[in-house]
Design a protein around this ligand. Structure first.
Ligand code: ATP
Ligand code: MG
Length: 259
């Protein structure tokens, strides 16, 4: 199983949208996909009409009672092949509850390892906070996608996450394959164009070749609680995520289709 985390400590940059869209595109191509909602806010969970205040299964359980069977921690979604390890708002208290417990940064990695035969890919959505939950996401993944909103503040947030990453990868004693994904891009605005230019200049190695455009279909899909690739498979935003997927996992999309 390949584990891809989506993280940025900046809020509202498209993390959850990236996880749902990539996950759905993969499921539509026959992959067995697990979405993991590490965010106590539970945006991914409520996207599929589950209540983060009431979830009896999910991320909280794997921290409280490691070793639970898959059925006790995962729920279904309307998308065939797409499962969800939901969030509970109580996740926010884990940091304090676990205190100095050794190994607390590796709980997700170990849980996913146990379920590795059941899924081809896990996509982990992180909260916009560099804490225990984000560290667990980073420690569990082989690849990291960092969505960055292309606005005039893009670089300031990016500096912070990139330096946090260096710290985490030092403590894990392995490099992280981290890629920056510019999102919410509007080529008609000067701040958008300038932000993109600055990201390319500052992080030429890490930034992906693809850019996710501002596309109102994402908000419309969210309003209808359906992944955008289900409702609007040919919208510019979804097609851009398809190209991102082709870069992240070569071979997953036939080249003709990736265009
Ligand atoms: N490319 C896009 N074009 C237009 N709207 C988008 C795009 N990507 C995301 N959105 C919308 O922007 C809002 C924030 O996106 P999202 O929830 O994915 O961000 P996030 O980084 O997960 O936020 P948080 O930090 O709060 O978890 C949502 O309403 C989403 O529908
Ligand atoms: Mg989110």
């Amino acid at each position: 199983m390949r584990v891809i985390a989506v993280a940025n400590q900046k809020g509202g940059v498209g993390k959850t949208t990236t996880a749902i869209t990539l996950g759905t595109l993969l499921a539509q191509r026959g992959r067995r996909v697990l979405l993991v909602d590490m965010d106590p806010q539970g945006s991914l969970t409520s996207y599929f009409r589950y209540e983060p205040e009431q979830m009896q299964k999910g991320v909280y359980e794997i921290f409280r009672r490691p070793g639970l069977s898959l059925q006790r921690v995962v729920v279904g979604t309307p998308v065939r092949g797409l499962a969800l390890m939901p969030a509970n708002t109580a996740q926010a208290t884990l940091e304090r509850q676990l205190g100095g417990r050794p190994g607390k940064g590796l709980v997700l990695a170990q849980a996913l390892h146990r379920y590795r035969a059941r899924f081809d890919i896990a996509l982990v959505d992180s909260p916009p906070v560099l804490g225990l939950l984000m560290v667990n996401a980073l420690a569990a993944c082989q690849q990291l996608v960092i969505p960055v909103e292309t606005d005039f503040m893009a670089l300031s947030g990016l500096e912070r996450i990139m330096s946090s990453l260096t710290m985490v990868s030092k403590s894990l004693r392995r490099p992280l394959d981290a890629r920056i994904l510019p999102t919410l891009y509007d080529p008609k605005t000067r701040s958008g164009v300038e932000a993109l230019r600055q990201i390319y200049r500052r992080y030429p190695q890490q930034v992906m070749d693809e850019v996710i455009p501002e596309d109102p279909k994402f908000r419309e899909a969210a309003r209808q609680h359906q992944p955008a690739p289900v409702l609007y498979p040919r919208s510019p935003g979804v097609l851009a995520y398809e190209r991102v997927l082709a870069r992240l996992i070569p071979g997953v999309i036939p080249t003709a289709e990736a265009g």
